[in-house]
Design a protein around this ligand. Structure first.
Ligand SMILES: [Zn+2]
Length: 344
């Protein structure tokens, strides 16, 4: 079968690789019907050291189950399923607590020895826990929005949950990529009174407004902090969603939180240190977050997608087949595209 392999920064290839096969009795094999390119795939695309064997890519997908191991009971052949970006067994104490990305058996697709989903098919470990069956056919018109349940919509929602978004709260979203835009949807869905999107790309800002953003701040650094304070009655936002992961964006996120506020971090950090420790301490600001337990959020978010209340699939502005994946990476890296859907 064919799959996406990254060999170095800027070097993405479509290659013939061995077909996936059941290895453990808890495995399933999924034929990929939709996948996508993630903002986090752009980090290795910018910086990966050359590698002979390369890195299998892709961690967001919907597909059809082709085969299951002898211990897979919740999923059957022919099911249309969402594949969250992380595997989870569905049985450990962290899974029961809804923190599926801290599962004792966690692993991330495209890493941890697992193949990626920008491919024709892949093996799914712990299929009982990992996969979520959908009540729709494989070519349902809602596919783009359903596909966001594998990562960006659940991740934006996690940022909002960790940042304690609630009715009447003032919210700021740092980052206008697909996760930030889904963070706007999540904040509105949870009842925020004011939603400030921090970004500067006109097409993304227009989409953010469509999703419910009430204000736009395009400044950066100290000017951005000033501007958010002006817009929030002088004190900053109750809830800040950090959807980038840079040191600078994290510092801005903490500095625009009002005293007693909370910052939800879901952008994969590119540094080991959390900046702005002193303002966070003296502002009594909670700084939390991590890999979103998107598997646990599907049940809550799915009904709103099925009835059209939210349309996160609007973040996709380009669709490619597998041969178009390398150019899809380029388009996202050049900010020509917000998010690329892959139809293998
Ligand atoms: Zn678990």
């Amino acid at each position: 079968m064919r799959a996406t392999v990254m060999h170095a920064a800027g070097d993405v290839r479509i290659e013939d690789v061995p077909d996936p096969a059941i290895v453990e009795p808890t495995d399933a094999i999924m034929r990929v019907t939709r996948a996508c390119i993630c903002g986090s795939d752009l980090w290795p695309y910018a910086s990966m050291e050359p590698s002979e064997t390369g890195q299998s890519m892709g961690h967001e997908a919907i597909g059809v189950v082709e085969d299951v191991g002898s211990q897979v009971t919740r999923i059957k052949k022919g099911d249309v399923v969402v594949m969250p970006f992380a595997i989870s067994d569905g049985t450990c104490q962290f899974c029961h607590e809804g923190l599926t990305t801290e599962c004792v058996h966690v692993g991330f697709f495209g890493n941890d020895g697992m193949n990626g989903a920008q491919a024709e098919a892949l093996r799914i470990p712990y299929a009982n826990g990992t996969l979520f069956p959908l009540p729709v056919g494989e070519d349902d018109a809602l596919m783009p929005s359903l596909l966001t349940l594998s990562d960006v919509m659940g991740t934006g929602h996690h940022a909002a949950v960790v940042a304690k978004v609630a009715p009447r709260k003032r919210v700021a979203v740092v980052g206008d990529g697909a996760v930030g835009l889904c963070g706007v949807i999540a904040a509105k869905r949870l009842g925020a009174e004011q939603i400030i999107i921090m970004g500067r790309h006109p097409d993304r800002i227009a989409l953010a407004r469509d999703f419910g953003a009430t204000d736009v701040v395009s400044e950066r650094g100290a000017e951005a902090v000033e501007r958010v304070k002006e817009l929030t009655g002088g004190y900053g936002a109750h809830s800040v969603l950090e959807c980038v992961g840079h040191g600078e964006s994290t510092e801005t996120a903490i500095n625009i939180a009002r005293p007693g506020g909370a910052v939800g971090r879901v952008g994969v950090p590119q540094h080991n240190e959390i900046p702005a420790s002193l303002p966070a301490f003296f502002g009594n600001i909670t700084v939390g977050g991590g890999p979103a337990p998107v598997r646990a959020y599907i049940e809550e978010l799915l009904p709103d997608i099925l009835d059209g209340t939210i349309e996160p699939g609007k973040v996709f502005d380009r669709t490619v087949d597998l041969d178009g994946v390398p150019d899809g990476y380029r388009a996202m890296a050049d900010r020509e595209s917000i998010k690329v859907m892959v139809q293998p």
